[in-house]
Each structure stands twice: as structure tokens, then as C-alpha cells.
Design a protein around this ligand. Sequence first.
Ligand code: ADP
Ligand code: MG
Length: 866
Amino acid sequence: MDDSQLNAFLQNPDTLFANPSIPRVFDWEKNDMALNQDKPSSAMDEDEEESSVDSMLCDSNSRLIPFGFSKSNCTDEVMMFINAGGEALNEADSRMKFLGDSYFEGGNVMQTNEHITQAGDCPFIYQSARFGNFCYRFNNFPPGDYFVDLHFAEIINTNGPKGMRVFNVYMQEEKVLSDFDIFSVVGANKPLQVVDLRVSVKGDGLIALRFEGVIGGPIVCGICVRRAQNIPDPQASQEYLKCNNCAADIEVSSAQKKLMRTKVTDKYEKKIQELTTQCQLKTHECHEAWMSLTSANEQLEKVRMELDNKIFQTRTLDETVGKQAENLKNITSRYEHDKKYWAAAVNDLQEKIMIMKNEHAQLSLDAHACAESIPELNKMVTGVQALVAQSEDLKLKYSEEQAKRKELYNQIQETKGNIRVFCRCRPLGKEEISAGCALVVDFDAAKDGDLGILTGGSTKKTFKFDRVYTPKDNQVDVFADASPLVTSVLDGYNVCIFAYGQTGTGKTFTMEGTDQNRGVNYRTLEQLFQIAKERSETFMYNISVSVLEVYNEQIRDLLSTSPTSKRLEIKQSAEGFHHVPGIIEAKVDNIKEVWNVLQIGSNLRAVGSTNVNEHSSRSHCILRIMVKSKNLMTGDCTKSNLWLVDLAGSERLAKTDAQGERLKEAQNINKSLSALGDVIYALATKSSHIPYRNSKLTHLLQDSLGGDSKTLMFVQISPSERDLSETLSSLNFATRVRGIELGPAKRQVDTSELQKMKTLLDKARQEARSKDESVRKLEESLQNVESKAKGRDQVYKTQQEKIKELECQLELKTSMQNQSEEQVSQLSDRLKGREEICTGLQQKVKELETKLKERQPSESASYQQK
Ligand code: ADP
Ligand code: MG
């Protein structure tokens, strides 16, 4: 039971004390002091009612008046009127004077605006009160007799102190009111006066009033002290009793009176005893009721808590049910999705299996066909083997033929001479034309290799060379004659090509050329790569280049980027080859790379020289091309060098200029050019001693000069009259070199022999051509057969591989299908399990709900009961 409920209960205690045996309303009509009151419905024993009021008044002289203070009734002199719990107030006519609440000890003040019925002349007295346990002490009263009137009102129902109040009042420490209960006499909000309480004030002048609660706290609205003027004589009072009805004095003897007193006392004592036991009983009952109330309250609290718990549980259950339902929904949808997916996958797999089965069948057929074709293949293989053997034989023959062809080719070259000299005359320069220089060259018989020089007047000196180029002949024409030599280097021959002549006659132009008009060097390499490419099926070529310079009898590597302090020297290997250790051999795979290398060389040549042209005219510039070849059929390897040399200017120095460094340069140039002339001459005349070691240049080219080696020299001349002497000098040098001068035996072949040789050569050529053709045809057919056999083999192999692959795939897919089926069954099992759990949970929830429903009415009933 909470506070509010307790308060309600306390405010309306009748609900608890429904027992009619406890009187709460006093019946005034039945009382001896009855006044004009409506008759209450309560039926009560007369004696009991009378005695219940009597029992409260201890002073037999005192009376109870059930209405408020009336001035007219107050005849005595009012000594003091305390408005308990209120303020001091003077009546308008100033007859009455109400003192504020004072002289008290203890207690609390209460006030109300509630209307107090029948409150008399001064209703405000009853609208304030002092309550609790307290006392009033009035001092300085003159000794004598006084009447004390006490004013009460039960104002508990409105805003007064709650609960029942029964209390005792002591005056001068003598009980004047015992177990006084205002409510039981007048009910609520009605005044009740206890008047004529007699008190004697002694010498101390004190009137002491004490209010003491038996149940609850006493409540007092006012205290009035009057001077007792008409106090009956105690003697007389002993003899007379006043009639309550008519106020007539009845004579009573003292013995009778004593008897009456004893009777009354006995009666009262009996009554007190009864009341005490009753009170104890009631107290006990009250206690028990209180205890049961408390326990009921506790139970109620417990029940409420349980209810709360249940509600909470229900809520959580609701939530879990919701969640489970959601989960179930999710799982179901997922299951549906998975089901669809797996069904599709299974269908797909089945289709694939079907396809694979078909393929497998097809492949089996193919395999069978292949197996059947094996004997045929075997036949073919033997055929191919026979063909291979045949081709091997043909190859052998072919290489023999090739060797023969090479030999024949070489013979042709040799018939032309291993040392050849071409003469090239440059056109007149602009300056020469403007200067009106005369031409001294006659090209009339140039086609036959004859060159005429007008040496003055009408004399004409004729020179014969292998080829004579007029100024009209371009670079292409010049290279066309040089190119067979280039082919020789790829066949394993060493070749030297020189440009000899006076400075400014076109040596560099012939060898290097210009960007738009490339010379022999570039064109040679271009052709080498082209032929190498053409022969790539039968030969493998490895081409590398070096760029060197010989200046003042010293070799310089023009590809070396690091300036080497070490002098480059010519060494002879154990095999007898001459080489320069340490020179850079740049491997080139195409003409573009060659061009880059040549650029590096010419750039480096420029470094360290103030005038490039001048420097170049005094040094020999050498481009060496090294060719390593491998015959892919025979496995033969060759190694050969092609030297392309732009020689230093051949002009002789004027004697006056020959000084110091310039003289040294000139001597060195002269020495090396003479040495070169000597060596070539010696070779041409098949001299027993070849003076290679006379210069760095001839020493360097030793392996490529002589023997099988081929040498070509371009003699460059100027057509100008100005250069006549140098031109003659150059032409003389060239003529000597050519060996014509001495009329060499080798070149002097008689014509019949030559004719024979020519017919032989033609025959050989024709034979070679026809054999070449047949070999080519054979090779082609062989290749066809081989490729066919290879193709079949390949098809067979790939088909077998395919079969294997497909079998693997089939296995894989079957296992995958099994797995997926297993997964599907697992998933459906899990789903079933979840569904069962869900139905279980739903049932539980339902059970709980029904339980809760059952409980709720029973709980509320018990709650109400309690
Ligand atoms: P060298 O190297 O012998 O000193 P160059 O090659 O430097 O001579 O030639 C000198 C000049 O003559 C160059 O300008 C060159 O272009 C030109 N020249 C030489 N020969 C020919 C030719 N056949 N046709 C056109 N111009 C030429
Ligand atoms: Mg030059």
C-alpha cells in the first residue's frame, strides 16, 4: 500500500472500521444533556451512550455543549480567552477579547477556511487549533476558583491532522477529560465545548492544562478562563443535587451521596476496565490489520513485480519471435534463390555433360580414325624417311655444287684479277669552272678502261684501268662494279678497297659519300645485309664493324669513347692471323645500326683536330667489316674481313713547306702509300717477298692483301689542268699497282685458252643453274612432305590431348555436380531444422501468451482482493 492509498484510507477510516459496534456518532437526544438535534439513525443502547459520554468527563460538574461559543450564555467574567492556533482578536463591541495563541508548550498550529457549522458567535475560534501533545500554563492568576471552558472542533476531513484522535486532558495534573473523542460526539466540522471545568488557583497563580494523546494527537481550538462567581457551597452541594431536567435542587443525604459516588465510581471503573480491554483488543486488531495490510502490500508489490517481469518477458519473446520470423523469411528467400540457382546450375551442367558426351563420342570416333590411320601414317613416315635420306643426299650434292659454284665464281673473279684498279675522275668544281680551268682528261675510250691525259700541246698519254669513271658516273655506277667483291667477303674471302689520290679528288666522296649520295662504305654494308638476309635459310652471318685511323704511323680506335693511353699495336696470333688487341668490334644487325656506328666514328675523328678535312687528308681512315658465317647445312664456319680505306692525300709536299710536324706527316704518308704500292705490286707480280712490314697500314692489312684476298683500288683524279702533275703521279702509281707495267704473266693469257675457259665457264654456269633448280624443286617437295607429316602428327597429338582434357573436364564437372547436389541437400536440411526451431518458438510464444492472458485476470482479481 502506497502513501496515497494509506492517506485515502486514513481519510476515510469508515471503510476499515465497518463494524457498527464501534460508535462514532453520539446520539444527543438520548443523552441527558440532549439538545434540539435531529435524531440519528443509529440504534444504540441508552446506557452505553450515556456512559460513553460520561466516561469522557472526569469532572462531574463539567458539561459538553455541541455547538459554538455564544456570548449570551457567558455570564461570568471572562478572565482570558485564548484563540488556540489563531491570532488575537477584539470583538467590535469590545465585550470580548480573544488572545492570540500563547502560554503553550509544544504542539503544532493548524488553520482552516472550512465552514464550521453551528459555530456560534465567534466561528473563527474553530477555524484554528493547536494539535499534538502540548500544554498551556497560565500564570499570575489571583488565587481563587475559576471555570475553564475548552473549545474543540474536529476538522480532520479537510486539511487537519489525519487519523483518529482520542486523548486525555489534565488540569492541575488532574485528569478532566479521559479518552476524549470529539468526532464520536459531534462528528466532523462541528464545534464541541467542554464547559465549567472547575479549577482552584493556589498561591502560585498557575493554571496548568495538559493535552495528551492516547490515539493520535489532541486538537484544541480555544481555552476560556472565567471567574467562578456562583460556585455552590460545597456543604450545600453535599446535600443537594441539581435535576438535570428541571434544575431543581434535590435533597440528598451525604450517606446517599457517598453511596451514589461509590456506585458511580464502581460503574466507571468497570466501564474503564471494559474499555481498556476493548481498547487493547482494538489495538491488537488494528495491529494485526496493519500487519496484514503490510504483508498484503508486500505481496501486491511482489505480484506487480512479477507482472512487470512477465510483461517484459512477453515483450522480449515478441521481439525474438519477430526476429525469428524475419530470419525465417530471409532463410526462406535465400533458400528459394539458392534453389533456383542450383537448379539452373544443374541444368547447365547437365547440358554441358550432354555436349561433352557428344564431343567425347566424336573424339572417340576421331581417335579411332586416327588409330586406323596410324599404319598409313607409318607408311608415310617411312616414305618421309626415304625422302629425308634422299634430301640428305641432295643436300650433300647441293653443297658440293655450291662449293664448285663458289670455286667457279672465284675463278671468274680471278680471271678479272684479284687486284683491280678503277679510276674515277671528279667533275670540275665551281671555282675551277669560274677560273676557266682547262680539262686535261680524255674519256673517249673510257668504256674500254682507257683514259687519255693531255700532257701539253697535242701529246696525249693513255692509261689503262679495269674501269674508268667519268665525272658523269654516279655512286650507283661505281658501286655496281665493286659489289661482286662484297659478295666475296660473305663467301669467306678477305677484301680490301682503297681510295687513292690527291686531296680534293673525291676519295671521301667515293668511300663515304654524302647523306643524299651515299658511297661505297654504306652501300657495301647495305648489300651485305641484303645478301645475308637472302641466304638466311642456309647461312648464318654475324657482322661487326671497327672504325680505325692510321695517323703518323699510329693506330687510333675511332669507336673507343675512353681515351686510351695505351698504344694500339698489331699482334700475330698463334694461328698466324694479324689483329689489334683492344679495338672495338661493334656488332651490327642492320644498316641502321651501321649508320649509327659510322656516325660515332666520324664524330670521334673530329675530336682533337682543328680542321677535319685537313686532318682526314693526312690520315688513313679505315672501316673494317668482320663477317663470321656459318653454313647451316654443312656446319662450315668462315671468318673474313672487308677493309674500306680512305687513304691520306697522295699529293707531294712542296719542298719549302716541308718543315717540322708537317714534314713528319708528309714523310709518314709517303712512306705508307709507297709501302702500299710496293705490297700490291709485289702481290701482282707474285713476288716471293711481300714487304708488309714497311708501314702500319700494310702490316694491319697483311691478312687481307695477297693470297685469296681481293683488292680494289679507286684512283681518284682531278680533271683540272692545275692538278695535272698530281694526276699524272696518281695515274702512274695506279698503273704500277695494277702490275701492267711489268706485263705480268698471269694476266697475259692467250685468247684460245681464254675462249676455252669461257666456254667451260658458260657450261659450268648452266649446269650449276639447272642443278640449282632441281635442288630447289627437291627441297620444296621435301618440305611439303615434311610439313604434311608434321601436320598429321600434330593433329593426332592435339586430338589425343583434347580427349584427355575433355575427360578431365568431364570428371571435374561430375564431381562439381555431386558437390553442388550435396550442398543443396545440406541447405534443405538446415532449412528444415530452422523451420522446426521457428515453429517451436512460435508455439512457445503462443503458450506464454495464453499463460499471460490467464494470469492477468487472476492477478488483477487477487490484486483487487488484496
Ligand atoms: P678527298 O677526300 O679526295 O680530299 P673529297 O671527297 O673531299 O676529296 O672531294 C672534294 C670535293 O669534290 C667534295 O666537295 C666532293 O663533293 C667533290 N667531288 C668529288 N668527287 C665528286 C664526284 N664524282 N661528283 C661530284 N662531286 C665530287
Ligand atoms: Mg678526304
